[in-house]
Ligand binder design. Structure first.
Ligand code: GDP
Ligand code: MG
Length: 388
């Protein structure tokens, strides 16, 4: 046998041994780990899971939103010799909540946990969490940064901590359950319970655990475990602000989402602010003697569009934010392009309606409404969405 086949044989034997070990205990727990650019964290995480959960009886499902750093490849590389490691690579989609739901629905294990892949959550807690739910005494176990004995030192800013506290207070009202850390992303429950509810979960913005707790009927019995929230091991945070905003957006999505998408509401809100910016700029630069109205209007338009692009990137599309000078520039250009077509349609439609005898203000409002739907549809696909 030459050396290459020898090595291959060895690898196959290794994999077979692992598969045998994995089959020795039936699959009990799936750990779902949503990932976005976490390549460096995958292998160490698998090691820690193995250390916490032993050689068999569990699997890890990495749900990767097509990270450009090769996170999915890295997980697949490990999965080739370790059948406990699975990967779902999602194309053209983003979002922590929906990634968690899909991962949880993709396992045959009777118990399922969700945790971050960046090592801020300690996998050593999984055994106790599993025992609590398995005993039947509790329906859901979760790890809290603010429980007695836990700490939130790994939280990256004071603002976030305050945001979390505000969210907790709101969540208490929503779920009727006393939670010290409603925004926790580390929890465990029966997979069957999750499947029963999956249809009614919103999958947007809302922290997924909270959504599960708020929509479960009857209410779930919750067991809290103190978590020492660590610093992330490598890579950077994707959700560095707006915990409270996420929460409010999630609420809006839950209660009004079926009639009007929350993103469209945010987009409209930003557009409204843009009108103010436009008028302010116009008032500041338009002096009849120095600069013509046409020029002043053009400058105000570009400033307002740029402002809208910036704020939408920060607010409306914060979960798929464009970063870096290159993608910011192209995003801005495409946004301006989309808005220009929208503005043209706006003026054309309003002019026709007005000449047909509609009141000027009604014609203008209809023009604006058409333009904003157009701008929203186009930019959500081409500036931030799947065709960016
Ligand atoms: N699949 C997927 N995972 C995400 C997304 N956003 C964040 N994550 C993952 O969710 C976990 C928590 O995100 P992180 O950025 O650390 O949030 P933070 O701990 O609140 O700062 C990490 O494992 C991320 O890789 C997303 O849009 N899709
Ligand atoms: Mg993190």
């Amino acid at each position: 046998m030459d050396m290459v086949t020898g090595q291959l044989q060895q690898q196959i034997n290794g994999a077979a041994a692992l598969a045998k070990a994995a089959a020795s205990r039936p699959l009990e727990l799936a750990v779902v780990l949503p990932t976005l650019n976490e390549r460096g964290n995958i292998a160490p995480m698998v090691e820690r899971l193995e250390k916490a959960l032993g050689p068999s009886g569990w699997e890890a499902v990495f749900v990767d939103d097509n990270s450009h750093d090769g996170t999915a490849e890295e997980a697949r590389r490990i999965g080739q010799t370790d059948p406990r490691i699975r990967v779902i690579q999602r194309i053209g989609r983003r979002g922590l909540a929906s990634a968690a739901i899909e991962g949880m629905c993709a396992t045959a294990a009777p118990f399922v946990a969700v945790m971050d892949a960046d090592h801020q959550h300690d996998p050593a807690l999984l055994n106790d969490m599993l025992a609590a739910v398995k005993s039947g005494e509790y329906d859901l176990a979760y790890a809290s940064r603010f429980a007695e004995g836990g700490n939130a030192d790994g939280l990256s800013s004071k603002g976030r901590e305050q945001g979390s506290r505000l969210a907790n207070a709101l969540a208490r009202k929503l779920t009727g359950t006393e939670l010290t850390d409603a925004m926790s992303g580390f929890f465990l429950l029966r997979t069957e319970q999750l499947r029963k509810q999956a249809d009614g979960l919103s999958g947007i913005g809302f922290k997924i655990m909270l959504d599960i707790l708020a929509t479960a009927r009857p209410q779930l019995k919750v067991k809290e475990f103190p978590l020492k929230f660590a610093e992330r091991l490598s890579g950077e945070s994707k959700l560095d602000h707006g915990v409270a905003l996420d929460f409010v957006a999630g609420l809006a999505e839950r209660y009004f989402g079926r009639w009007i998408p929350t993103r469209f509401v945010l987009f409209g809100f930003v557009g409204g602010l843009g009108v103010f910016v436009h008028m302010a700029v116009l008032a500041a630069i338009y002096w009849p003697d120095s600069i013509g109205f046409g020029w002043a209007q053009a400058i105000a338009t570009v400033v307002a569009m740029s402002f809208n692009f910036w704020l939408n990137n920060l607010l409306t599309y914060r979960d798929q934010k464009l970063k870096g000078p290159d993608s910011m520039f192209w995003g801005w250009l495409k946004f301006c392009g989309a808005c220009s077509i929208g503005a043209f349609a706006n003026v054309a439609v309003a002019t026709v309606l007005e000449s047909e005898g509609l009141a000027w203000w009604a014609a203008a409002l209809i023009g604006v409404a058409i333009a904003s739907v157009w701008n929203y549809a186009l930019s959500s696909k081409f500036v931030w969405g799947r065709f960016r």
